[in-house]
Design a protein around this ligand. Structure first.
Ligand code: SF4
Ligand code: SF4
Length: 178
């Protein structure tokens, strides 16, 4: 038997070497850049992701009833560049390895990842605001006890509280030189 025939017969009984996709699942690399996932609990609505978005796919806007922030990502416009994830200071936005992004033309405006970031009252003046994410406030204010309290204040009250604390401490400079 010729070697060609041998290989042909061997392959015939071995079955297909490729996956049955799209009739079944296929291998997906862990780091594949697929659909976006947003975690509203970790988001401070800082707009950084919207600012760097290469595809103009992100929209962050106050809800019509003023109760919080609507966060939207149009998968139709997303270029899967990963800039939003790279620049997000709190890790609130991620590219998953979900590659199921095919959709009908008429679905292009509804094919969105949307979430809602609810305002909370400032612990000082009760103005509606988005609390600082604890991990982020730790980076900014250190691990001191009042960092937790500061994260529940609006930007204005936080600024006042930090200013007062500096004033009480006496000086902005600790006198050391590098
Ligand atoms: S992956 Fe790139 S294009 Fe897609 S939402 Fe993020 S920044 Fe925008
Ligand atoms: S997802 Fe990240 S970068 Fe985008 S608004 Fe929220 S905290 Fe800022």
């Amino acid at each position: 038997m010729s070697s060609f025939l041998k290989i042909a017969l061997k392959n015939l009984f071995k079955g297909p070497s490729t996956d049955k996709y799209p009739f079944g699942e296929t291998f997906v690399p862990e780091k594949l850049r697929g659909k976006i996932r947003h975690n509203p609990k970790a988001c401070m609505a800082c707009h950084m992701c919207e600012h760097v978005c290469a595809g103009g796919a992100i929209r962050i806007k106050e809800a019509e009833d003023g109760s919080g922030i609507d966060f939207m990502v149009w998968h139709n416009s997303c270029a899967f560049c990963g800039l939003c994830e790279h620049y997000c200071p709190t890790g609130a936005i991620h590219l998953t390895n979900d590659y199921h992004t095919a959709h009908l033309q008429e679905e292009k405006y509804s094919y969105v990842e949307s979430s809602f970031i609810k305002y909370e009252p400032c612990s000082c003046c009760a103005e509606p605001m988005i609390p600082l994410v604890p991990e982020f406030s730790e980076v900014v204010y250190g691990k001191q006890e009042d960092a937790k309290g500061l994260s529940k204040m609006c930007e204005k009250c936080r600024r006042k509280a930090v200013g007062k604390a500096i004033w009480k401490a006496g000086s902005l400079c600790d006198g050391t030189r590098s």
